[in-house]
Design a protein around this ligand. Structure first.
Ligand SMILES: Cc1ncc(COP(=O)(O)O)c(C=O)c1O
Length: 531
């Protein structure tokens, strides 16, 4: 039992009056109160495990020379008690999320990096104390929530950083509790079957055949270039627009590909005439359709800076004519596939060899939720690898699915569960409605800006990104307005350079954002702009 100095008000020990699942509680002074021996949680060892006589014969006939090891000091998330040890912890987490958000009181903490860091350090204290702290979970979750840039706050609209759906976050909890690992079937029997189902469904939605799960757009783009390289033994050269995400040229560097050819994107999208010229210039002695080095063209469906979509059908036609492979980075815009109203903007996607999708952007998933779709299932054979402990040949021959070739990672979370729970709970129409909602709000914001003589609009949004700036402001002023709002903790806006000018970027991904929030955002910008 805890000593007299234990303060039950701070760390109340749950008192149970009825039988049923029980929890262990921890004394702040380091001793642990075991209501039930935790070895019970293994699901195999009964309570009598702790009543064994050390001198009693062991199964092998020898008396036990050492007492049984002390029980583990922390409840498991599942096991013989099912997930019941989690229930009180979930209450703690939910309470701390609420209290942290209230303490923050805005879209992000005020004060800037030094203030936030100092506050976090003071709250967390010793991260590896000699003796455990029973309030650690509450302390840490509260501190993180208080110091969060919260994508669920309508005034937090800088990046492709979405507020996750409750159903997806709840499913992610189940993924964490079950902890399947998708590198071998014997660690993830149902999870691997679910992943196969859902990845194929999403691939079909893009017009392709299969997809693998990634950690996001960056990994998908890397994988796309890797598959392109492996499909051409002599290597490939990347041709991409100046508007392409930086992960593409970085992937070319990582994979040892030649320096990418960067095609101008003067209006924020890849210029087909310039692409045609580049592909013509790169043709080998046999003319168009036979480039000197095999080429992979990367187009973008939903640019990071402005949410613009490259002219996919024209680009696909040029790739076919010039014998180039086509990759489409739809990390941002892929979510439009769910919307009847906006899906047409992605026409041409189906002509790609590979497509990057990323549902932690326009898909309302907790990070990570990336995918790479491929045209033929055989396109993934380059990822095949034999690791005897995971996919021994005789196991594979006996019908045990080989998962190693579904990723470059080994241990891998079932990120597909949250995606599946979202797709099935909302359905195509439910997700489409969220897409329509954020796109409509973005148009509304653009209209407000257009009507305001104090502000300049870059253009009407294609997806849900709106670029604007205080009228007549210098780039330095635009940058300063953004930093002032960040430091004051009043709004999180992004920045983007287009037409060689700096713009404030509002990326509307919160389907709960209201018209009043848009007006507030603009008032904050104007109020922070020096006269
Ligand atoms: C078009 C595009 N591609 C790729 C990425 C990289 O995605 P992630 O951050 O999930 O790796 C981004 C990120 O914003 C993006 O906008």
């Amino acid at each position: 039992m805890c000593g007299p100095s234990h303060d039950p008000a701070r760390t109340p020990h749950p008192v149970r009056t009825s039988p049923g699942p029980r929890t262990n509680t921890f004394c702040p002074h380091g001793s642990t109160h075991f209501r039930v021996p935790l070895a019970l949680h293994s699901g195999r060892v009964g309570p009598q495990a702790y009543k064994l006589d050390p001198q009693a014969p062991r199964p092998g006939g020898q008396p036990m020379s050492t007492p049984p090891p002390p029980p583990p000091r922390a409840p498991l998330a599942s096991g013989a008690e099912d997930p019941d040890p989690l229930r009180p912890l979930l209450d703690t987490v939910l309470d701390a999320l609420r209290s942290g958000r209230h303490a923050r009181g805005g879209p992000l903490p005020a004060g800037g990096p030094d203030t936030v860091t100092a506050k976090l350090r003071a709250a967390v204290g010793d991260v590896l104390p000699d003796h455990g702290d029973p309030d650690a979970l509450r302390t840490l979750v509260h501190a993180l929530a208080e110091g969060a840039a919260d994508p669920a706050d309508p005034l937090c609209a800088a990046h492709l950083h979405c507020p996750p759906l409750a159903v997806a976050a709840a499913a992610d909890l189940a993924a964490s509790v079950l902890n399947p690992s998708l590198d071998s079937w014997d660690q993830a029997p149902a999870a691997s079957a679910l992943e196969a189902l859902v990845t194929r469904e999403l691939a079909h939605a893009t017009g392709l055949a299969d997809a693998v799960v990634t950690t996001g757009g960056t990994e998908s783009n890397q994988l796309a270039l890797l598959l392109a390289r492996e499909s051409h033994p002599g290597g490939v050269r990347l041709v991409c627009g100046a508007n392409a995400h930086h992960s593409l040229p970085r992937a070319a560097w990582l994979l040892g590909l030649p320096e990418p050819v960067v095609v101008p994107a003067p209006a924020g999208t890849l210029d087909p005439a310039a692409l045609h010229q580049a592909l013509t210039d790169l043709a080998g002695p046999h003319g168009p359709g036979s480039p000197r080095t095999p080429l992979v063209v990367a187009a973008t469906a939903g640019t990071t800076d402005a949410g613009l979509i490259d002219p996919l059908p024209e680009i696909a036609g040029l790739c076919a004519a010039h014998g180039a492979r086509l990759h489409v980075d739809a990390a941002h815009g892929g979510g439009l596939l769910f919307s009847d109203r906006h899906r047409d903007k992605l026409t041409g996607l189906e002509a790609a060899h590979t497509v990057t999708l990323d549902l932690h952007k326009l898909g309302w998933q907790p990070v990570p939720a990336g995918l790479l779709a491929v045209r033929h299932p055989r396109d993934l054979t380059a990822l095949h690898h034999r690791a005897d402990y995971l996919n021994a040949g005789d196991d594979t021959e006996a019908g045990i699915p080989d998962l190693v070739g579904r990723s470059l990672r080994t241990t891998r979370r079932p990120d597909i569960l949250k995606v599946a729970a979202t797709l099935k709970t909302l359905g195509r129409s439910g997700l489409g409605a969220l897409v329509d909602q954020v796109c409509a709000r973005a148009r509304e914001l653009a209209d407000l800006i257009h009507a305001d003589p104090g502000l300049e609009l870059y253009d009407r949004p294609t997806i849900s990104t709106v670029l604007f700036r205080p009228a007549g402001a210098t780039d330095d002023t635009v940058a300063a307005v953004r930093r002032t709002l960040l430091t004051d903790g009043r709004a999180v806006l992004g920045r983007a350079r287009l037409d060689d000018r700096l713009w404030l970027k509002a990326t509307l991904l919160n389907p709960h954002t209201q018209s009043e929030d848009l007006a507030t955002l603009l008032k904050l910008v104007e109020g922070s702009t020096p006269a």
